[in-house]
Structures are given as C-alpha cells and as structure tokens.
Design a protein around this ligand. Structure first.
Ligand code: LMR
Length: 398
C-alpha cells in the first residue's frame, strides 16, 4: 500500500537530530533540538532525579496502571508549581490536572478536548512559534491563524500589533501563548503587557491556551508563573500545558501535564470527565516513572532545594554561552550586531541567521541549526564555541 505514497518530510527539529547522528564529520555540532547540554556536551540526569529514582526503585512494589488522569499526588505538585502553593485556584478545586506524556501530549489532549466542544474555533498562534504547534492543533482538526509577535527590527515583541490582533479574535476562538522563554524567539512580554492580554481575553471571550515548557529558565521557578497567576485571577476558562522535559531533564520519560482551569469546581469536574475520555481512547493512561521521580524530588525538602540549584546552574551556563557567542562573533569582526542574543530568554537564541546561512553551516561545517535561525544555546560549550563562532563568521562573509 505504500508503493505509490511519497515519503513525509523529516520533522523540522527532531529530523535534524536524525541527520546529525548520521553525519560522519567529527567536528559536528547539534544546535537544533532544545535539549540541555553540560559543559562537556552531555545531557546528564539531574542529581536530584537520580537520588529520587534510587529511592523509587527500592520502594516501588507494583507496575499497576495509573488512573486515566495520572497520579493525584503528581497533579497536586503540578498545580503548586504553576499556580503557587497558596493559590485560590487550588483551594477552590476549579483546576483539573492530568498527567500527560510530555508537554506535547498535554497540547494534543487539550487540542482534542477543545475540538470536541469548539469545532468551529480557530486556533491563533504567535508568528513565529514552536515548529510543532501548528501540526498538533491541525491534527486535532483545527483551522490555524497567527497573530503578530516578533519584530525582527527591534528583536523584541511587537506588542502593539499583537494586542491589536488579539482584540480582534472572536469569542470562543483559542489563543496559544508561551508563558515564558518564548520558543523560538526568547522574547517575552512584560508583566504590564500580560495584564493587557488578560484584559483582552476577558473582554473578548477567547480561550487562552498557555504553553509552559520552560518554567525556571526565565526568572526562576516561582517568578516564571506570573502570567498563569494573572489568568487565574481573572477567573477565565483557560488551559496550561506543562513540560518537565527541560526543568527536570526528563526528556525521554515524557513527563508533562494538562491543567484545565475553570471559573468553578463543578465545571472543572465536567471538563475532567471529558478529558479522561479523550485520554482513554488515545493512550489509555500515562506512563508513571517520570511523574514518580518529580514527586520524589518535590516531596523531599533537600532534593527540592537541590533541584532549584540545578535549574539555576543550567540557566547560568546558558547565560555564559550567550555571552561567549556574542563576544566570539564580535571578536571575529562580524559586522552585524549580535548583542541582542544576551537579552533573549530561555534555551534558544533567535539568531537572525538566514535560511541560506543555516543551510551553508550544515553543509559545510556540520553545524545543525533549526530553519528560521533558532540556535539551541545550551548546545554550545567551551569546547565548540570557537568552531561555531569561526563558522558563523565565515558564513556571514560569504
Ligand atoms: C524544541 O523546541 O527543540 C523542543 O521542544 C523539542 C521538541 O520536541 O521539538
């Protein structure tokens, strides 16, 4: 049956990793996928996770199924992380959380759920956005639109244009937003700008869907949740997709969560009942290990402290590499000003490198960068930074 079928194109991000693995150039550098690397270029298991896993393996006495929505203890930890421990959204019971296979799973469960009850809605996304967002919501059957976001001239958010567009989104449509460390641009809204977005959502009646994949990589675990708190305080219906791939380093354990926030607890119960049906016909119930490891860290005061330190250390190294990249390019006499890279937040640098330059770097230097110019800064190390700066300088000369 596949004889006459054309092959699908490789994934814009994960396809690069496949190509990178096959590349025989010993100097190759993967700056594609958003995976943290330490100074030695390894993606280590966090120490706090290792410790929690050791206890877990000892204590675990069953591999029985989790409930469809996952473990209630895990859901409670997710809610404390995204709302803050003393939050009214938790006390009132008006938020329902499901453990999902990664942040991608959370987005897809949320998309399938919304599509059932809002089949006519359009989903609005920032221009640009994470390469997989459109695919996820389109696969759920939604029409997709975009709203202005990044301004290449200022290297920041074109907030005027963004807000004007959001004020025209019809009631019942869905607006996808990145809570912090916008992927791919690293340009975030200020608290005042978030206030205006929340006001637009309240006034216009569109449904916010918040992608929260980088909690801790902006201003810290607690500070990064501010936009979620603002939406919660407005009493709106909204959704939060959490990922623990980056901040707990649990990439391959597929550890994420979907939180459905409603005006009342009764509505949250109804939403959860339907979300469970969505999950049951998809993957039945979530994998346990990553969630148990997260609970193991967050339940233990010592490991929790260690976790906060490990996230801060990842951020510090990324920041240092931002500086090394900017300084390295300037030292090579590159005319273009790249200092804006120091101000970008999260794992990525939206470098401004053109698609031809990105293709040249891959073909000639075995440096893999996502189309559009997104560089995973966490893939830079003191061992490869000179090679990368030399290569980019050469690419820009040519
Ligand atoms: C990325 O943006 O590189 C990561 O979120 C990994 C992925 O799944 O694309």
């Amino acid at each position: 049956m596949w004889k006459s079928v054309e092959a699908a194109p490789a994934d814009a991000i994960l396809g690069l990793t496949e190509a990178f693995k096959k590349d025989s150039n010993p100097g190759k550098v993967n700056l594609g996928v958003g995976v943290y690397k330490d100074g030695d270029g390894r993606t280590p298991v966090l120490e706090c996770i290792k410790a929690a896993e050791r206890k877990l393996v000892e204590a675990e006495d069953s591999k029985g199924y989790l409930p469809i929505s996952g473990s209630p203890a895990y859901a409670a930890h997710v809610q404390k992380l995204i709302f803050g421990a003393g939050s009214e959204s938790i006390a009132s019971g008006r938020a329902a959380t499901l453990h999902t296979p990664g942040g991608t799973g959370a987005l897809r469960v949320g998309a399938d759920l919304l599509r059932q009850f809002k089949p006519e809605a359009k989903v609005w996304m920032s221009a640009p956005t994470w390469a997989n967002h459109k695919g996820i919501f389109a696969a759920a059957g939604f029409a997709i639109g975009d709203y202005p976001y990044y301004d290449a001239a200022t290297k920041g958010v074109d907030f005027g244009a963004m807000l004007a567009a959001l004020e025209k989104v019809p009631a019942g449509d869905i607006v996808l937003m990145h809570v912090c460390c916008h992927n791919p641009t690293g340009a975030d809204l200020s608290p005042e700008q978030w206030d205006r977005v929340v006001a637009a959502a309240s006034a216009k009646g569109w449904i916010p869907f918040l992608d929260f994949a980088y909690q801790g990589f902006g201003d810290g675990i607690d500070a990064d949740r501010l936009p979620v708190e603002k939406f919660a305080a407005a009493g709106l219906d909204f959704h939060v997709a959490s990922s623990f791939s980056k901040n707990f380093g649990l990439y391959n354990e597929r550890t994420g969560a979907l939180t459905i926030v409603c005006p009342t607890a009764a509505e949250a119960d109804v939403a959860m009942s339907h979300a469970k049906v969505t999950v049951r016909v998809n993957y039945s119930n979530p994998p346990a290990h990553g969630g148990l490891a997260v609970c193991g860290v967050l339940d233990d005061a010592v490991l929790r402290k260690q976790w906060i330190g490990e996230v801060a250390a990842m951020c510090d190294r990324i920041k240092a590499m931002r500086g090394a990249l900017v300084d390295g390019l300037a030292a090579r006499g590159v005319a273009q000003d790249f200092s804006f890279i120091k101000a970008q937040r999260g794992m990525f640098s939206f470098s401004g490198l053109s698609d031809p330059a990105v293709a040249w770097l891959r073909e000639n230097k075995a440096i893999y960068i996502v189309k559009g110019g997104r560089i995973n800064v966490a893939g830079l190390t003191t061992g490869n930074i000179d090679y990368v700066c030399d290569a980019i300088a050469e690419a820009l000369k040519g």
